[in-house]
Design a protein around this ligand. Structure first.
Ligand SMILES: [Zn+2]
Length: 622
């Protein structure tokens, strides 16, 4: 045996050498704000140990969690590339996102300025009150250096009381941080401001993750305390779905909120943090803000760690298309309000109202004729905060994968509960996905080892339901197909009533009208299949007469329709690009639905219905 010893030592030494990537040269960034009143940030980045050949510097075109292209290079200017001795290095531009440095001495220093004036989860915002930095919008990086560790130093303005809120790893002092690789760096938005900070921990069977709530706003400390109480209720309740927290890197999860009058509304999930922005204040809109927080925190499991193969690793150069957003976003959109209800922040009626809105949207939207939830997910690059100036007919061909996915999750939860007499629920399915995919050891911080596909979702459902035929049928009809479950029947088990929102009311279609000279202008797409669509009306047409009566403003149309009955036909005259058109409008009953508690509409709720509702909606912390 002893003879083997030298050999073993040799092998161990070899392994030690192979593990050397940790010793790779660190990329260093320095961020400063000498012109913050002009919405500018200065960036310096140094690459050392650069191999011979061109160094390919890039600005990202996408941002983790966003699916559309954003072309962040557009706000970068005054780019200077130099050797350590200060001598300028020649740069070529192979495309709008890239700066190539062909000849260099092995170390390259880049300085540039970047403009940013939008407070949300995607862009950069710099002003005298803060620097709100989404890394892809701000930081240049280099191809083939994606695995190198990063050190980043923030230089707050002299005399400011800015501090740093981020999921980046602390590295020495309060303004210096590190990231193990490019994916983690890009996934780590950072807020510098005089924010209000609250911290709490939750015991999780031996672990005690730390939760930080950093709020930059114009309200009071008492507002932040009230918000934090809600955050803590959400954090505690969400855990019960999975029965454990993810293993947060640094054992810390950070909620970074900017509730400022000039912010845009957004919520963006990251691995150990979330960005929350709104123009609304905590005082006026606490529950609405918490609803977003519940959604984003659920993403710490679903999407950040239970991750589709289509989003791993996130592509910073091209749009990321995923077939699974009906699950990643849609099921998260179901659990947001469900966790709010279980945590006692919503009432049963609040929860029913939100579910009713999702069901109504899915039932009423013409888009269901054309695409399945999988195909809707594939449209995310065109829909996810994608600005375009050319019109689309998405109102007639698209249903949000958030909304449709939320409705699917509701239907699946109820179907599982019904068929198992309450023994199997959607929580069991989520937990099974977590155990199979979410808890896998990571290759490196910020990367997910075991990713899933749609067939994995189906196989997991088959196991949880104990019935592969059920899983095959559910996926074929409701996920790869375009059917919807029988919501009215399933919800009646919980003592909830799905009903017409306006029974007996005549209806021509849900589309906006504007007052126009001599009539009422159709201000948006006319829903495909609606009475107005069948009559040939389209966006831009001006209705001048209806039922033989002159129309002089938008209200006249509503009044004329409301006075009729479903089934009535009436002549309609409209002007299209100056030419009169005559048609016939055949009214139908308003198809829109709402979900209410049965007791709210005078129906008796049995003890079996009450029990079903309790088991579904009450806190799992009992
Ligand atoms: Zn989401």
């Amino acid at each position: 045996m002893a003879a083997l010893r030298p050999l073993l030592v040799g092998i161990l030494l070899t392994l030690g050498t192979l593990a050397a990537p940790a010793a790779q040269a660190v990329i260093t960034y320095r961020l400063s704000f000498p012109e913050r009143e002009h919405r500018l940030m200065d960036v310096e980045v140094t690459f050392t140990d650069v191999p011979a050949g061109p160094l390919q510097l890039r600005m990202s075109r996408t941002s983790p969690g966003r699916y559309a292209l954003h072309e962040f290079a557009k706000n970068v200017f005054d780019v200077r590339v130099a050797a350590p001795d200060g001598a300028s290095l020649a740069v070529t531009r192979p495309n709008p996102h890239q700066w190539d440095v062909s000849t260099h001495p092995g170390e390259v220093r880049v300085r540039y300025r970047v403009f940013g004036d939008r407070v949300d989860g995607t862009y950069l915002a710099v002003d005298t009150t803060h620097a709100h930095i989404n890394m892809p919008a701000a930081l240049m990086w280099a191809r083939d250096f994606e695995r190198r560790p990063v050190r980043i130093r923030f230089e707050p303005p002299a005399g400011s009381s800015w501090r740093v809120a981020t999921q980046l790893m602390p590295a020495g002092d309060a303004f210096t941080f590190s990231a193990p690789n490019l994916q983690y760096l890009m996934d780590s938005p950072t807020e510098l401001s005089a924010f209000t900070l609250r911290t709490f921990t939750v015991n999780d069977e031996g672990r005690a993750p730390v939760f930080r709530v950093a709020v930059h706003h114009a309200g009071s400390d008492a507002d932040v305390d009230a918000l934090t109480r809600g955050v803590e209720a959400i954090v505690r309740e969400a855990r019960h779905v999975f029965r454990e927290y993810p293993a947060f890197e640094n054992n810390t999860y950070t909620f970074i909120a900017d509730y400022l009058p000039w912010a845009d509304g957004d919520g963006m999930e990251h691995r150990n943090s979330t960005i929350l922005t709104s123009s609304r204040s905590i005082r006026d809109s606490r529950l609405g803000l918490l609803d977003t927080i519940a959604h984003e925190f659920f993403h710490a499991w679903n999407v950040e760690r239970i991750r589709p193969a289509s989003l791993e690793p996130f592509d910073l150069e091209e749009a990321n298309m995923s077939d699974e957003l009906w699950f990643g976003e849609g099921f998260t959109n179901y659990y947001g309000p469900l966790v709010m209800r279980r945590a006692g922040l919503y009432s049963d009626a609040d929860f029913a109202r939100e579910m009713g809105t999702a069901i109504d949207t899915v039932l009423a939207s013409p888009g269901r004729q054309f695409r399945s939830p999988v195909e809707m997910s594939q449209l995310a690059p065109f829909r996810d905060a994608a600005a375009a100036i050319d019109p689309t007919n998405f109102d007639n061909t698209f249903i949000s994968y958030y909304t449709w996915g939320e409705a699917i999750a509701l239907g699946l939860d109820l179907a599982l509960r019904e068929r198992s007499d309450g023994r199997v629920t959607l929580d069991d399915f989520m937990r099974a996905m977590w155990m199979r995919f979410g808890t896998s050891a990571a290759k490196a911080a910020g990367l997910v080892e075991a990713t899933y596909t749609i067939s994995d979702l189906k196989a997991t459902l088959a196991t949880v339901a104990g019935d592969p035929a059920f899983a095959d049928d559910f996926f074929a009809r409701y996920i790869e197909g375009r059917e919807v479950v029988d919501y009215a029947r399933l919800l009646s088990r919980a003592g909830m009533t799905l009903r017409r929102a306006a029974p007996g009311r005549a209806f021509a279609g849900a589309f906006p009208l504007q007052d126009a000279a001599g009539g009422a202008r159709v201000a948006d797409l006319v829903p495909s299949g609606s009475p107005a669509y069948v009559a040939g009306l389209e966006r831009g047409d001006v209705i001048v007469s209806l039922g033989g009566a002159r129309v002089s403003r938008a209200d006249d149309v509503d009044r004329a329709i409301t006075a009729r009955k479903p089934g009535d036909t009436l002549p309609i005259v409209f002007e299209r690009r100056g030419q009169p058109v005559t048609a016939t409008l055949r009214l139908v009953e308003d198809p829109r639905v709402e979900l209410v508690l049965s007791e709210q509409v005078g129906q008796a709720v049995s003890s079996a219905q009450r029990e079903f509702r309790e088991a579904w909606l009450s806190s799992a912390a009992r």
